[in-house]
Design a protein around this ligand. Structure first.
Ligand code: B12
Ligand code: SF4
Length: 524
């Protein structure tokens, strides 16, 4: 193995999470910043972390010879490229990573001033890229690949700024076995769930609670990686190896949930899960005991045709859908329903039907997103092949993220019967109705005290305002007001989430006694 070069004194590593808008306060920690900080060898010292959703980058902090790591998804790629060019002008080494750079490494190098791109998981390969910069010979591309769960690096929460985030984020599983047409996760992160051992997850969560975080987002693609149907099918096929694998994965979920239930009782968790979990009430009850109080459920469409278009026919529609979503709530798990508008099967009455379903199914929060072809998805691939070679300011719309946001079209996939404006206006209408003060106040009955109801109203409004800025509205006055409101609500909201630090909190005793866990949970 090559000798590691000596890191020059004064050479610093910067990690930048790009954003055009900075609110001073943010909802969820961008986990990659703290994971890459932990993956940075100690010889480089502590990285300088800049999350632009809090504050814009001060370029003067970057000196010649420093190394600047920039993480981009499609939505913030353009700002990321600006940051990269600034860093390069200042003589720094520029390395990109994240989902968008993984899919478009050449773009990050050509348009973002990148010296190198890390594709896939950065946990292991980041150190190689850093040492190569010290040698002044970084490779153009590092293949981070899909590492095993036991190689995931726990985050460096000691580097997180104080009193800035409402929720911290801890990942428990990566990858998803499904294959929805609008989602890139199964293609980039793989269909085999990579599940972290409960010990490492609990260690991170305990550290966060010691620091005063009681709300934790489980940054998982799908918290329910093994369904009862998967098990049934494997048993029918008599596939012993598969049965064992599925049962172990499922058992580990229960162990994790049991351990979460042993943490301080003021802790609250939130995750993302498929609707199929509703058929598994044993799982839902374990979630309730673990205080996983909320879950984002991708409902996508309320019609069977809509579900078929997005390859999600494992979801239900109609009354069965309402019952499934209600089951979550009956078992103490609040649903953030995620709906997509603009599918080819949507018609003008789909909007009202969706709003009605959200109401009927008793979802606590909802998001209504317009169909966007994200790179790496089946939908994008089809769209890229069929769309006419339209450009905006000489930029093909198949690279829409490079078009400045005020010039960017709001919808890309032509609809057979509705115009983009009609879809946008109707979508906006559903948001406005669902988040009207009277509707929020009614939903706030799901919490008990008056203080909690007020908190519920504030959080609902914040959620709505933050989404309004993501581009549904083209009306700039409305956007301005929305940003102002989001900023005003964000601070009091954060105070509501804050807890007294518990510096002496011990790991739950059973965290060191894994084999006993299943029996302790009373499960067979
Ligand atoms: C949790 C999550 C959320 C949370 C929290 C977001 C947050 N503040 O962290 C919530 C629910 C709020 C959310 C919202 C959205 N999300 Co989201 N989210 C995720 C999810 C499930 C996990 C992200 C995570 O924290 N992972 C853990 C960290 C450690 O992994 P990582 O970020 O991938 O970083 C690793 C590597 O990528 C790499 N890396 C990353 N950055 C860098 C930088 C450098 C320099 C290097 C070397 C390496 C490197 O190394 C890291 C460690 O291995 C991902 C799916 C996924 N599997 O990535 C989707 C995902 C990122 N989200 C996605 C989308 C589309 C959205 C929304 C637009 C959804 C919507 N319709 O509104 C919004 C946009 C929010 C925003 N403006 O940022 C897409 C992005 C697709 C794309 N091409 O950009 C993803 C990939 C899911 C999908 N369906 O395809 N999201
Ligand atoms: S949308 Fe959800 S269920 Fe579908 S592939 Fe992506 S992560 Fe899996």
């Amino acid at each position: 193995m090559d000798q590691m070069p000596v890191v020059p004194a004064g050479m610093r590593v910067h990690l930048v999470n790009p954003s055009d808008l900075s609110f001073g306060t943010a909802v969820i920690t961008p986990r990659w910043l703290y994971v890459l900080a932990a993956a940075t060898p100690t010889a480089f010292g502590d990285p300088v972390i800049c999350d632009e959703t809090l504050e814009a980058l001060d370029p003067s902090t970057m000196a010649p010879g420093d190394i600047v790591g920039i993480g981009i998804h499609t939505g913030n790629a353009l700002r990321g490229y600006e940051v990269g060019k600034l860093a390069r002008e200042r003589g720094a080494w520029v390395i990109y990573g994240g989902i968008h750079a993984t899919l478009y490494p050449d773009e990050a190098i050509e348009l973002g001033g990148g010296h190198a791109v890390v594709k896939g998981d950065g946990d292991v390969v980041w150190a190689d890229a850093l040492y190569d910069c010290v040698r002044s010979s970084p490779l153009a591309v590092y293949e981070g690949g899909r590492i095993d769960a036991d190689q995931f690096v726990p985050a460096r929460w000691d580097l997180m700024p104080q009193n800035r985030y409402m929720w911290a984020s801890v990942q428990t599983v990566r990858g998803c076995a499904k294959h929805c047409s609008f989602c890139s996760v199964w293609r980039t992160d793989g269909q085999k769930p990579r599940q972290r051992a409960s010990d490492v997850v609990i260690h991170e969560i305990v550290e966060l609670r010691r620091r005063g975080f009681r709300f934790i987002a489980l940054a998982d693609d799908n918290f329910y990686p093994v369904t009862l149907t998967d098990l049934r099918l494997a048993r029918q096929q008599g596939n012993a190896a598969r049965i064992e694998e599925l049962e172990n994965t499922r058992e580990e979920r229960f162990i994790l949930m049991q351990r979460l239930s042993e943490l301080p009782h003021d802790m609250v968790f939130f995750t993302q899960i498929t609707m199929e979990a509703a058929e598994d009430t044993e799982f839902l009850d374990a979630m309730q005991r673990a205080r996983i109080r909320g879950a984002l459920v991708g409902v996508e469409s309320v019609t069977a045709e809509g579900l078929k278009t997005v390859f999600k026919d494992f979801n239900l529609s109609g009354d069965n859908l309402a019952r499934r979503l209600q089951t979550f709530r009956d078992h103490g798990v609040h649903v953030l329903g995620s709906f997509i508008f603009g599918l080819s099967s949507d018609r003008p009455d789909t909007f009202a039907a969706t709003a009605e379903m959200a109401q009927k199914a008793g979802v606590t929060f909802a998001q209504f997103v317009m169909m966007t072809p994200f790179p790496g998805t089946v939908d994008f691939q089809k769209w890229e092949q069929t769309v006419s070679p339209e450009t905006v300011d000489d930029i093909p719309i198949t690279r829409y993220w490079l078009i400045p946001s005020h010039r960017r079209p709001k919808m890309f996939t032509p609809h057979p019967t509705m115009s983009s404006d009609e879809i946008r206006e109707r979508t906006q209408g559903v948001w406005d109705d669902f988040y009207s003060l009277s509707a929020i106040w009614q939903r706030s009955r799901c919490v008990k005290t008056m203080k909690a109801r007020v908190a519920f109203v504030l959080i609902s409004r914040l959620y709505r305002q933050m989404y309004a800025r993501t581009g549904i509205s083209t009306d700039s006055a409305r956007k301005k007001k929305s940003n102002w409101l989001a900023r005003a609500i964000a601070r009091p909201c954060r105070m509501l989430f804050q807890a007294e630090p518990m510096p002496d909190l011990k790991l739950p005793i059973s965290s060191t006694a894994a084999p006993e866990m299943a029996s302790a949970s009373g499960r067979s």
